[in-house]
Design a protein around this ligand. Structure first.
Ligand SMILES: Cc1ncc(COP(=O)(O)O)c(C=O)c1O
Length: 342
């Protein structure tokens, strides 16, 4: 099966497994795991932030950030398809006790005028706006990249009101590569940034949260409260460090593979792709297709390609490090065949 369901499905390669075996470890809750410390220092430097924290997952990094930035009863402005709103089990309300103020988006970008209006004025009736949330790349929009102009406008709106900005950069390196920006230049628009080691970079476990030293000191305590004090975590930090060093450049392959598949879907099938395929995710809508999303999933699986039904009327195809160029070719032939029979 050619697995195009997600970039989370990648398995650690031989080198990663060797590094796990060899990793120097210590008790990370005491700050004594040298491999975790090295990973955190390198990640912070790469993103141009003062400090970083190794978390179990992207969700844990996002939730720790929320716990530091906000107080219960505040409101967080985000787009209405943000991962934190759709896929994190309402942890934002359950743990941070804040309310989500969702705005419509276009390819992951909220309308700036609507954003400005959504910031709450001082009034005894209203919640305070505690945080503005960006997702970069934007998953449900189809791995789309936020423009510099948009991020600049969000930042200046936030600064005008003294509100912090968090960036859910689960796929930050896909975003910075596609935008031709350095990770630090990308991260500069946000006070805190979370990125995943376990997605396009191919590490087996973990994410990184970055920010100021004070912010990360506080987030470290929140991570502990969330059950993320991981002791001898060097064994999982080691493949993460390797992934961070060695696997960023190869993300271009995933982007090229997604572009090749998207071209075939556009030319040879009745699926509709309504976004520019900029990175490793394709969201293809089935509203004009003779097959439903579920039928596409079943038909593709029968031919040897795994994709997922995403929204009621879409499938998602995600290229990743475990899918080779030859497999992408095969997947293209599969989609051509399915297009001919639809
Ligand atoms: C945009 C985005 N943010 C956060 C996450 C959460 O990451 P994790 O699955 O590691 O909790 C994901 C996972 O798919 C994601 O796509």
């Amino acid at each position: 099966m050619i697995d195009l369901r997600s970039d989370t499905i990648t398995r650690p390669d031989q080198r990663m497994r060797e590094l796990m075996m060899q990793a120097e470890v210590g008790d990370d809750v005491f700050g004594e795991d040298p491999t975790v410390n090295e990973l955190e220092q390198e990640a912070a430097a790469l993103l141009g932030k003062e400090a970083a924290l190794f978390t179990t997952s992207g969700t844990q990094g996002n939730q720790a950030a929320l716990l530091v930035h906000t107080r219960p009863g505040q409101e967080v402005i985000m787009d209405d398809e943000a991962h934190v709103f759709v896929y994190e089990g309402a942890a934002i309300s359950a743990f941070a006790g804040v309310q989500s103020r969702t705005l419509p988006h276009t390819h992951g970008e909220m309308n700036i005028e609507q954003l400005k209006k959504a910031v709450r004025p001082e009034d005894i009736h209203y919640p305070e706006t505690g945080l503005i949330w960006l997702e970069h790349t934007h998953n449900r929009a189809g791995g789309t990249v936020l423009s510099e102009e948009y991020m600049t406008q969000v930042r200046s709106t936030a600064d005008e009101h003294g509100i912090p900005v968090h960036m859910d950069g689960a796929r930050l390196f896909n975003a910075s590569l596609a935008a031709g920006m350095s990770p630090a230049a990308t991260a500069a628009y946000a006070d805190s940034v979370q990125f995943c080691l376990s997605k396009g970079l191919g590490a087996p476990v973990g994410s990184i949260l970055t920010g100021t030293k004070t912010f990360i000191d506080q987030a470290r305590k929140k991570r502990k409260m969330l059950g993320g004090g991981m002791r001898q975590a060097g064994v999982i930090a080691a493949p993460g460090l390797y992934a961070l060093r060695e696997r960023r450049a190869r993300l271009q392959e995933d982007h090229d593979h997604a572009a090749a598949i998207a071209a075939v879907l556009r030319e040879s099938t009745d699926l509709t792709i309504r976004h520019e395929v900029q990175t490793n995710i394709i969201v293809a809508d089935t509203d004009q297709s003779s097959r439903s999303a579920e039928e596409w999933v079943t038909a593709a699986a029968a031919e040897g390609a795994a994709v997922i039904a995403y929204k009621p009327e879409s499938i998602r195809i995600t290229t990743n490090a475990d899918v080779s160029a030859a497999e992408v070719d095969t997947a293209c032939r599969i989609f051509e065949k399915l297009g001919a029979s639809s």
